[in-house]
Ligand binder design. Sequence first.
Ligand SMILES: [Zn+2]
Length: 290
Amino acid sequence: MNFCFTVDDVCFEGYSTEAHLKHLLEFLGDAGVRATFFAVPLAQGVPLTQRLGYIRVLEQAIADGHEVAQHGLEHDRFEVGIPPEMILALPHEGPARERLAKDREAIEAALQVDKIRGRLAQGRRIMEDALGAKVVGFRAPCLQVCDNLFLALDAEGYRYDSSRHLQPAGWDILNGKESVAPEPITREMFRRLQPPGNLRAIPLTTEYTWYLNRERFALTLNLAKHDAQACITAGIPFVPICHVSPIQAGDPDAGFQFYRELFAFVRDRCADRDEPLSFVTLADACQTLS
Ligand SMILES: [Zn+2]
């Protein structure tokens, strides 16, 4: 199985610091895990080309075998699509909820293919100038999507998109829902999410370590084990999502301990089935999709 560890919000103020990014890379290095880092090209109006500290860390990450991919343009909530209900329901998304209720018509009118292509290309250019490396993958901020996004990504020649999700239950837990039932994950779901054209979709499962505390630890780890097992059975990549600072800003060590236990679980499950296990970037997983 391909285990694709992914990290969102690199450079995005409030959810990322250089120190947290370095610490996360040390954790992954110790665990022998290669990952994909989604960076915001124009966070807080500052292009990545001017963030020299982040550039140094990301260049080293690429040299170590990780991938850096694109996370929107400015991380506006509606720049390439509209986030799903469960994301807009999160406590900190009040302003986005109000904006959508007030401006839905204008927001939808701005989601034309040529406009989205312009935003994608602007962000990609900034990232490639900053890192001197080609960007081949995309994940939209807050899982915002629309049909035109996939047409725009394909037209711009991206190899893969990882904006869609297979498992809403991680957000059900964060939204405090009383009963949280994991959705089944199947190869058929993966197949149905593939867009037309050359673009490949590599959907994520869910977020497990958003300010993780000890209270939610066991419930969330059981969900992650369910999802990993389902991906092994379905023969599709397992793609959890975490965020640079939130994985480290819950109860002390909870986020990293969570993944140490999950890595061990997946190693055992794959060994039981005599199935090879690789911790790879999304770009590498994309190459192996049939
Ligand atoms: Zn984000």
